[in-house]
Design a protein around this ligand. Sequence first.
Ligand code: PEP
Ligand code: MN
Length: 337
Amino acid sequence: MLIVMNHNATQADVEAVNRTVKEMGYTAAPIPGSERTAIGVLGNHGYVDDTTILELPGVQRVIHVSKPYKLVSRDFHPEDTIVDVSGVRVGQGCRPVMVAGPCAVESEEQIIKTALFVKKMGADMLRGGAFKPRTGPHTFQGLRGEGLKLLARAGKESGLPIVTEVMSPDNVGLVAEYADLLQIGARNMQNFDLLREVGRIRKPVLLKRGMSATIEEFLAAAEYILAEGNEQVILCERGIRTYETATRNTLDLAVAPLIKELSHLPVMVDPSHATGKRSLVPPMALAALVAGSHGVLVEVHPEPEKALSDGPQSLTFPGFEQLMEEMRRLVAFLGYE
Ligand code: PEP
Ligand code: MN
């Protein structure tokens, strides 16, 4: 960390900063300049909380050299992490995976029909929300516990591992009994108690990027999970809020290769929530694979026009079949089996 002083800071200001740095247990290394003094902070083994320093007179700004995440970073852990979801391997060098299913589990018929269909088309995992984080309270909130049971039945009948969202720390135990991969949704990316709780279980976690989160915040959120001892984390880009309203969110596709530079964790892309529009899902799913994503997550519904949530972005069965055919060709072209 580097502390930059104002050009009119006094010697007493500089000394006060030196003293505070020492009190924090670090070494202060003043670097006098012709215009202003800077003070290097040495001896830290990670990110330093700068709040006390920024309060001191004469301090202009603090430049962080260390990142707010360490366990997640490639500097600290150069080898790629492969996440194993009940036998389906996700990560660098593995064939990209397809996670498919409805936004929400709505009925036994709906989820089983979808599970069997996506499995037949070659999907690797089944998704479906039982606990739904809806914008308002008057819309369908999910079948909750009953939804988990239906999902488990669909997983068993199709042989697909299941992915479902957990919204509160209290439900982590319950959801972990059913899910092969626990999803933390965009709205909960910074629910730190929830992140800690999924960090304590021994099941993989799919962490979705918050809709206004920077990459640094996204990786710092993943750090909470790893810090509790769970390294089985997949990061998922699902679009961010921008000024654009023609699509539901703006798909930030550069995140896939960027995360691979910054972190050892696998990265996936969700073109359904990113675009909000069925016709845009297949091209963006293919683009995600070209950009190096380790997999994609798409919403599929037997009757999207009747879906209780996210119908407009859900692929129809024929639409999914066609996407799987295109994915197969692309995956072969990219050199996977
Ligand atoms: C979902 O996957 O259904 C979902 C709610 O996603 P997100 O958290 O990305 O909005
Ligand atoms: Mn959805």
